[in-house]
Design a protein around this ligand. Structure first.
Ligand SMILES: *[C@@H]1O[C@H](CO)[C@@H](O)[C@H](O)[C@H]1NC(C)=O
Ligand SMILES: *[C@@H]1O[C@H](CO)[C@@H](O)[C@H](O)[C@H]1NC(C)=O
Ligand SMILES: *[C@@H]1O[C@H](CO)[C@@H](O)[C@H](O)[C@H]1NC(C)=O
Length: 189
């Protein structure tokens, strides 16, 4: 009963945040990535950055996505998503220690923290889509403390190899198919 009351209170007060709180971001942060209504986001250059070990993808490439500090500020909370050029959230994250999925439109399309210790960096593996989904950008909201946070810090663009003419990922299949057809042809003649 008390739990229901608490949930109602939370809903009524419209407190959806990626707080520096242990429970991490709440589902209301899925689209805007804005952690809370208690303070405006910082407009200054973020003291955090996203780095990637690959900046292009073919089918199911695994990309290591790191959110890290680039000055002395540490972050307590984070929300990380991948989106394509239409803004569609692209699933594919794997959990690390002290993280959980936010489950926005798909089970693994957003990751957030589960404890609020000050962090230097977190690294998640992101498996790129098996099929072409266009260029992808990783976005992170990072919370230094409750009233100090930066929203939607972008990564470099992860370029979809299938749309840039770098068709190396599909070439092997074409070769195999062609070879198989050729063998069949030989066996029949
Ligand atoms: C940290 O990295 C971000 C993203 O690359 C950049 O916008 C920002 O200016 C950097 N901040 C500092 C303090 O170097
Ligand atoms: C990412 O995947 C690679 C290969 O499976 C693994 O060695 C590495 O530990 C993973 N990293 C994270 C942060 O999960
Ligand atoms: C993806 O990014 C690359 C490099 O910036 C660009 O050439 C390509 O046109 C982009 N793809 C789409 C579908 O916009």
């Amino acid at each position: 009963m008390e739990l229901v009351y608490l949930q109602l209170l939370i809903l009524l007060s419209c407190c959806y945040y990626v707080h520096g709180k242990p429970e991490g971001a709440l589902p209301g942060a899925c689209d805007t990535m804005v952690p809370g209504h208690s303070a405006p986001a910082q407009n200054s250059p973020p003291p955090f950055q996203i780095t990637l070990d690959k900046t292009s993808y073919g089918g199911s490439d695994v990309i290591a996505v790191t959110l890290s500090k680039n000055s002395t500020n540490k972050f307590k909370g984070y929300l990380i998503q991948a989106r394509n050029q239409d803004g569609t959230k692209i699933p594919g994250f794997e959990l690390i220690q002290n993280s959980k999925f936010l489950q926005c439109n798909n089970p693994n399309d957003a990751v957030t923290h589960t404890e609020a210790s000050p962090k230097d960096s977190v690294t998640f593996n992101f498996t790129a889509p098996a099929k072409s989904r266009g260029n992808i950008t990783i976005f992170a909201t990072a919370v230094e403390k409750t009233a100090t946070f930066w929203v939607k810090i972008p990564s470099e663009t992860i370029i979809d190899k299938a749309t840039t003419g770098a068709a190396s990922t599909i070439l092997p299949n074409v070769v195999v198919v062609t070879f198989a057809v050729f063998c069949k042809y030989l066996s029949q003649h």
